[in-house]
Ligand binder design. Structure first.
Ligand SMILES: *Cc1c(COP(=O)(O)O)cnc(C)c1O
Length: 367
């Protein structure tokens, strides 16, 4: 079965091989060297002065930033499941927060955010997705971050880049914490979370440090010495190093360019066969299609064409499907998926099959 969901993504064979070596102890010079090399590559990927690795899924990193980077009040941006999660984390700790809510296809409004901040002295941190995976939506995070820093220089900008880091070059100039996870663009098994940090974030963490397992002050101190506070996720870190080294050969920019090209070609092909791209500002990470028969299309794709793409959640559970572009997806995989979708459209009586989707995709991708 072709796995083309926006997380988890398939793990390339050579990375699976790298992770199949016998277990090594985490408190050894051997592992510290692996850890050190991984840190160097991660800092380049994030383009930030510090990066932490946590043995948790992405949500653990989200929780850690809420705990460690917001002292008085949070502003959370909810345009989908993952934005909603930041609010729920605040709530679970009894942390004061304001939420700005948007429809799942609508990016955050920069002016509204600025106004909210101006009116509320207490807000010292904003939490937002770079790409809100629920609808494949790209928020204008860089613009928001820049404008916020102009009016409140000390505000912490926390960006959940789980479906953006390794997908596109996120401009981290005004971002204080950029979150990623292993099972999306980095094509690893789930279980490792990453947080890129700015100098200001490092300062806030060093002066504070909240929580026990998710205490970033404790982690920062250890990881700067190339070790971890608790047992490191050794196998995943070995895999991460292998993956970053693999990507580094041709450069991260090549990965971003390939992903963007594949994403744009897919969206063009989907539109050409009469389908509707859901978000008003689509992200490169995935193509989300809004269709009354999305669930039916997905079922036929799975049972007849061996393609597994994702559906939606909540109110768009049966009316959305999402095709992954993150990671090293081969062009023939996306071409086959698009071709299969076009076949399904004929089967459900939408339009006669004429090979348009595949033709458009192939033409665009080989330009
Ligand atoms: C997948 C994802 C997460 C994290 O989910 P986990 O299941 O905890 O790894 C967070 N934010 C976004 C935008 C995601 O796509």
């Amino acid at each position: 079965m072709l796995l083309l969901t926006p997380g988890p993504t398939p793990v390339p064979e050579e990375i699976r091989m790298a992770m199949s070596e016998p277990t090594i102890h985490h408190r050894t010079p051997e592992f510290e060297e692996i850890f050190a090399k991984t840190r160097v590559l991660l800092k380049e990927l994030f383009n930030m002065p510090e990066v932490l690795m946590l043995a948790s899924t992405g949500t653990g990193a989200m929780e850690a930033t809420v705990l460690n980077l917001c002292k008085s009040k949070a502003l959370t941006i909810n345009a989908g499941k993952f934005g909603e999660r930041f609010g729920k984390i605040c709530e679970s700790y009894g942390k004061d927060y304001t939420e700005l809510k948007y429809a799942w296809d609508t990016p955050a409004n920069v002016e509204e955010i600025i106004d909210t901040i101006k009116k509320d002295e207490k807000i010292d941190a904003i939490f937002i997705q770079v790409c809100e995976s629920a609808g494949g939506l790209r928020h204008p995070v860089e613009e928001i971050a820049k404008k916020l820093k102009e009016i409140r220089p000390n505000i912490m900008v926390i960006a959940d880049g789980i479906t953006a880091v390794g997908v596109e070059k996120v401009d981290s100039t005004y971002i204080d914490a950029l979150i990623s996870g292993s099972q999306k663009a980095l094509m690893l098994p789930p279980g490792l979370a990453l947080i890129g940090l700015s100098q200001s974030a490092i300062k806030v963490i060093e002066e504070g440090g909240v929580g026990y397992y998710l205490n970033l002050k404790t982690e920062l101190k250890q990881q700067q010495k190339n070790t971890t506070a608790y047992t490191a996720a050794t196998t995943l870190i070995i895999g991460l190093k292998a993956m970053l080294e693999k990507l580094h050969v041709e450069g991260f920019d090549k990965l971003y360019n390939d992903t963007k090209k594949r994403s744009l070609a897919t969206k063009k092909a989907l539109k050409e066969i009469g389908l509707n791209i859901f978000p008003k500002s689509p992200a490169d990470a995935m193509s989300a299609v809004y269709d009354k028969e999305a669930a039916r299309i997905r079922t036929i794709l799975k049972t007849k064409y061996n393609v597994n793409i994702a559906g939606g959640q909540d109110h768009v559970k049966t009316t959305l499907f999402r095709i992954n572009h993150m990671g090293l997806v081969a062009n023939y995989e996306t071409a086959w998926t698009l071709n299969a979708i076009e076949m399904v459209l004929e089967e459900i009586g939408r339009r006669p099959y004429d090979g348009t989707a595949n033709a458009i995709f192939t033409k665009e991708i080989t330009k």
